[in-house]
Design a protein around this ligand. Structure first.
Ligand SMILES: NC(=O)c1ccc[n+]([C@@H]2O[C@H](COP(=O)([O-])OP(=O)(O)OC[C@H]3O[C@@H](n4cnc5c(N)ncnc54)[C@H](OP(=O)(O)O)[C@@H]3O)[C@@H](O)[C@H]2O)c1
Length: 332
């Protein structure tokens, strides 16, 4: 089969389009013909490498998959369109789970065929195209989980960083559908326009305005009920600063680094909570599918590349040029 393989960590140049042997399924696993695989920031972390995390080379990236079953089992038939719930049991102490195609034992979906545990198979929602169904198993599920953890109710106000990102754009769409008021952050006029189109109530251009003063102005100095922070070190101080009394900050990412300096006194004196968000459960993915169907939400796709052009797709994400999800088409 054709696959994008990495044989060492590094920049987009380490992504190599090659012929590799088809996987042979282990017990309780099933083979899937991959139709689309979305690109996620995790793919860049794994490609670059993170100190203390390992993959076995050659490794195949890709965790966000819509495909076709190559054999039937249980209620599923050969040829059924499915999506893959991306998490598997972790053997790393104090880590909730591993992610398929990420760090850990599973090869990912930048390949024509992939094997995954049977219990990770979920029927593809009929109302979504294959491409759309591949776009939601990581960013949208994480955003959904974070919104649930925020405990925000209809009418509450939430700050969502990075409107153009996978997680940010998903969180805006889902938060609006839940009846929340959304303040979001963008870094240029096109991304501001994109955020408004998604339905955000207030969009702050972080390159022309001070985020803290703008959020406090919008909220009459009260702050926000919750913050969705996937950006990390550079945004944590602001996220905590703009939380209202007993507000919740939900953090899932470290795009700008994982060592933040925060004002502890300001944090405890408002009795804030910092909550970690890590993907979500299989049951949450099923409930997300239902919610998106009920609210007629379609994931926002930025662009689609052929599998062999994965380097270009990675470059687009690293340049932060995307508005929404970047997809790889593996087969039609
Ligand atoms: N814990 C989990 O389960 C989980 C799941 C999914 C993702 N994540 C993590 O969440 C993060 C986002 O993932 P993604 O796939 O959505 O990434 P992405 O699409 O590449 O988005 C990155 C975002 O970060 C923003 N950003 C970069 N530097 C910034 C700064 N200095 N200040 C404010 N915003 C900044 C960018 O905004 P501009 O373009 O405006 O610069 C862009 O919106 C990644 O770190 C990823 O690993 C974690």
């Amino acid at each position: 089969m054709k696959a994008i393989v990495i044989r060492k960590h590094g920049g987009p140049g380490v992504l190599s389009y090659e012929d590799v042997p088809d996987p042979i399924p282990e017990k309780n696993h099933v083979l899937i013909k991959v139709n689309y695989c979305a690109v996620n920031h995790l793919d860049i972390w794994v490609r670059n490498g993170i100190v203390g995390k390992t993959v076995t080379f050659p490794h195949i990236l890709g965790c966000d998959i819509c495909g076709t079953l190559m054999e039937g089992f249980g209620k599923f038939k050969k040829g059924d369109k499915i999506v893959v719930y991306p998490a598997f049991e972790s053997n790393v102490p104090r880590v909730s789970f591993g992610i398929i195609g990420g760090f850990g034992k599973y090869q990912g979906g930048y390949a024509e065929i992939i094997q995954v545990p049977k219990r990770n198979i979920i029927k593809k929602p009929a109302e979504l195209s294959d491409k759309e169904a591949a776009a939601i198993n990581i960013s949208y599920l994480t955003a959904w989980n974070m919104l649930e953890k925020s405990r925000c109710k209809k009418g509450d106000i939430i700050l969502i960083w990075g409107a153009n990102s996978g997680v940010g754009s998903a969180a805006i769409l889902l938060a609006k559908a839940k009846g929340l008021k959304v303040i979001t952050i963008a870094s240029d006029s096109d991304k501001v326009k994109f955020a408004k189109k998604l339905g955000a109530d207030f969009v702050i251009n972080r390159n022309t305005s001070d985020v803290t003063s703008e959020v406090l102005r919008i909220t009459d100095n009260n702050g926000v009920d919750a913050v969705i922070d996937h950006v990390g070190a550079k945004t944590w101080p602001t996220s905590l600063e703009v939380l209202k009394v007993r507000g919740n900050m939900i953090a899932c990412g470290t795009t700008t680094g994982s060592d933040a300096t925060v004002n502890i006194r300001s944090f405890y004196s408002k009795e804030a909570q910092i909550i970690g968000g890590y993907l979500g459960t299989r049951a949450q993915l099923v409930s997300l599918h239902k919610f998106m169907k009920q609210k007629k939400i379609r994931p926002v796709i930025d662009s689609t590349y052929d599998l062999k052009d994965a380097k270009k797709a990675h470059q687009r994400m690293e340049d932060s040029s995307q508005t929404g999800k970047i997809l790889l088409q593996v087969s039609s």
